[in-house]
Ligand binder design. Structure first.
Ligand code: 4AD
Ligand code: MG
Length: 431
């Protein structure tokens, strides 16, 4: 028995005989030679089957392989500059696990609906592989940074009695005769958790019944939400820029091959280090007007405004102090001008728009009660949240980073649907 190795570690096994377990990515045959490109979930390896080096049965088996057939292949690892990835396997033995039926996804172009219908198979392509490995790195980097900076991971419920981000995008479900809503954000529970643990984060799926069909909206997405007691808006921005920079640098370090597969310009990413530029909402409105992008004080930003703002900087830009009227009920009022909120969005360059939303939370019981009324929220569902202002209220801040938008930005891909294994978008629940 030879050792089973994964292709991502193949460089450690040059001149050794190893076994690879995987699937056929593609195959070309020329008489006595069969070149099979094998993928094993960690990479691609060209395997060369030379008729004279194997038994007739093995050679016939190699010839019978179709795209996506599963196999176990043994051979000697050889360094070869010309081979994809720099290594080849000289096959000595090969065992077919299953001969795949005619595979629906071929190298020719497919329409997006076809690919979405076959998402369960589309995942096997090199491009999807690269994107989803970046995603995993982003998630690990986020957790590592927060764990190393004193944030305790405390997850928050998915089934909730009340809205966090407005009642228009709630997914309602039946909780034994009572309505329950799929969580839009763990923030309100994070606020309870920080009064017990000081710095926490939750990380989980969040849901928004958004009727918008854009390149940045999913109905189900993953969000990491750090929250900090005794932290103001400035500290919130500092933590955001440190975290985002760390995540980008980790991807450059550990996922360079994947970024290369995606043809990502990495010089842009190398420049993502603190500090990020900071502008107020008022300054943003002036900038937009100067650029001829429609914007009136009091408007919320949509894609054209965010794209224009993002393009003006070579790093993500913080836009802070939006009008209170266009932000969520929990935002702290700016003490110098209560019509402004101590909110901040982080807008990524290259048209990716908002990747983080957050800010300082209302510490005052009276203001919070007033906001709940103004937003027509059912007060009884928020009594527990009001308690947090009755018993040891402190200035506190936090934010939510959308994993899919961050991955789309780092990978520079067009649409967030490719940044999650099984995207949930408008009018699609299959597969
Ligand atoms: O700005 P949002 O709605 O903020 C909150 O939910 C806060 N409660 C977070 C907090 O302060 N703890 O969402 C935060 C981020 C956005 O910046 C975006 O990256 C992502 O979540 N996001 C979405 N991603 C994909 N599809 C959607 N429909 C998204 N909605 C928000
Ligand atoms: Mg937002």
């Amino acid at each position: 028995m030879t050792e089973r190795v994964f292709i991502e570690h193949i460089s450690e096994h040059v001149e050794e005989t190893v076994t690879i377990k995987g699937w056929i990515y593609s195959k070309t045959g020329k008489g006595k030679l069969q070149f099979i490109l094998v993928r094993d979930g960690t990479g691609l390896l060209q395997c060369v089957v030379f008729q004279k080096a194997v038994t007739p049965e093995v050679f016939e088996a190699a010839k019978s392989l179709t795209q996506e057939s599963s196999l176990i292949v043994t051979g000697k690892v050889r360094a070869d500059e010309r081979a994809p990835g720099g290594f080849e396997l000289d096959v000595t033995d090969l065992q077919v696990v299953q001969i795949a039926a005619e595979y629906p996804i071929t190298p020719k172009e497919h329409g997006i609906e076809f690919l979405m219908d076959h998402r369960h198979l589309w995942l096997r392509s090199s491009r999807q592989h690269a994107i989803l490995r970046v995603r995993a790195e982003v998630i690990r980097a986020v957790r590592d940074w927060l764990d190393d900076h004193g944030f305790l991971n405390l997850d928050t419920p998915i089934l909730t009695p009340a809205a966090c981000e407005g009642t228009t995008t709630l997914f309602e479900t039946d909780f034994f005769g009572e309505p329950a809503y799929l969580s839009q954000s763990g923030q309100l529970y994070n606020e309870a958790n920080i009064m017990a643990f000081s710095r926490v984060y939750c990380f989980g799926p969040t849901f928004r019944a958004e009727k918008s069909k854009t390149r940045r909206h999913l109905l189900e997405f993953w969000m990491v939400e750090p929250e900090m007691a005794f932290a103001d808006l400035d500290e919130c921005m500092r933590v955001e820029e440190e975290l985002v920079s760390y995540v980008v640098q980790r991807c450059l370090k550990n996922r360079s091959r994947e970024l290369e597969t995606l043809e990502r310009d990495t010089s842009y990413l190398e420049n993502i280090v603190p500090p990020f530029p900071r502008i107020s909402y008022d300054e943003a409105i002036e900038m937009l007007k100067a650029k001829g992008v429609p914007a009136e004080w009091g408007d919320d930003f949509g894609a054209p405004q965010e794209t224009a703002l993002g393009e003006a900087f070579d790093k993500p830009v913080f836009v802070h102090r939006y009008p209170s009227a266009i932000k969520a009920f929990y935002m702290e009022a700016d003490p110098t001008d209560p019509s402004r909120s101590l909110s901040v969005d982080l807008i990524a360059a290259e048209g990716y728009g908002e990747i983080i939303g957050g800010g300082q939370r209302t510490a005052s019981l009276e203001l919070l009660e007033q906001r709940i009324k103004e937003h027509n929220l059912p007060r009884e569902s928020y009594e527990w949240y009001l308690d947090l202002r009755r018993y040891g209220s402190v200035p506190h801040s936090g934010f939510g980073l959308g994993i899919e938008r961050t991955v789309a930005w780092i990978c520079k891909i067009d649409h967030v649907r490719e940044t999650i294994p099984f995207p949930r978008v408008l009018n699609r629940l299959y597969p």
